[in-house]
Design a protein around this ligand. Structure first.
Ligand code: MN
Length: 249
């Protein structure tokens, strides 16, 4: 198993055995950002991740949960000083969640403003059917020198991708984003120095089962082919990008 892979967006606490999922990241040497969907889940994630070499926990309030849990922004705010990593946060304008979209915008504006005020936070951001407004809000609330945004599972247009690059955003690429000509072309045109990898496990599948962090190897392999790199070079590029991201700010 190669070591030094990066899974910058994975829901480790949603696997059947959370502790075992973390141990596997350590055993495989996969640098994994364990995102949370509610701030109530952060303490346990942080407790388990903090002593590890490869896993860190991010403080989230998922846009798909904001309809019922907008009040949890208070707990999110209380915990923010204790972590550099924030997510999963963002906006979801898909049909199932559109009803809460105004609430989502209020929560996300608060998240961005507080992160910018605190400085040096790194956010993993969801933007389903809401790329333009997510970018508008990043532009309004989060200047690049006050924090870093990683767009998770980006599905915007080429011009939105360019705008995101200009706003200082990174992109975490998963296997689903490499299926089909149009999606691949979009990924291929992103600046290499802004690329990270992710699984969004357990919500994506590899070989008929929920993806695990080490499955990002498949994404790295695809990125290597896309750019004419050896696998090792592509691995080193992604790890280098992670190091640059973590040392910025
Ligand atoms: Mn996710």
């Amino acid at each position: 198993m190669p070591s030094g892979l990066v899974d910058f967006h994975c829901h480790l606490d949603l696997y059947p055995d959370h502790v075992a999922a973390i141990k596997q990241c350590e055993a495989d040497g996969v640098f994994t950002l364990a995102v949370t969907t509610t701030p109530k889940a952060w303490a346990r994630n942080h407790e388990l991740a903090a002593p590890t070499r490869h896993v860190r926990a991010a403080l989230g309030l998922h846009p798909q949960l904001v309809g019922d849990r907008a009040h949890e922004i208070a707990l999110w705010e209380e915990l923010l000083p204790h972590t550099r990593y924030v997510g999963e946060v963002g906006l979801d304008a898909g049909p199932r969640f559109y009803q809460s979209f105004e609430k989502q915008k209020a929560v996300f504006a608060r998240v961005l403003a507080l992160c910018a005020e605190a400085g040096d936070k790194i956010l993993t951001v969801h933007s389903v059917r809401a790329t333009k407004i997510v970018l508008d809000m990043i532009e309004q609330h989060m200047p690049p020198e006050q924090g870093r945004v990683v767009l998770h599972w980006f599905t915007g247009t080429p011009s939105e991708a360019k705008r995101a690059v200009d706003l200082g955003c990174y992109f975490s690429i998963n296997a689903e984003m490499l299926i089909g000509e149009k999606r691949r072309a979009l990924v291929e045109n992103l600046p290499r120095e802004r690329l990270l990898t992710e699984t969004d496990g357990p919500f994506t599948r590899t070989g008929g089962r929920p993806a695990r962090p080490s499955d990002v190897l498949l994404v790295v392999d695809e990125l290597a082919r896309m750019h004419g790199f050896a696998l090792r070079e592509a691995e080193a590029m992604i790890l280098g990008n992670l190091k640059t991201l973590l040392s910025s700010g």
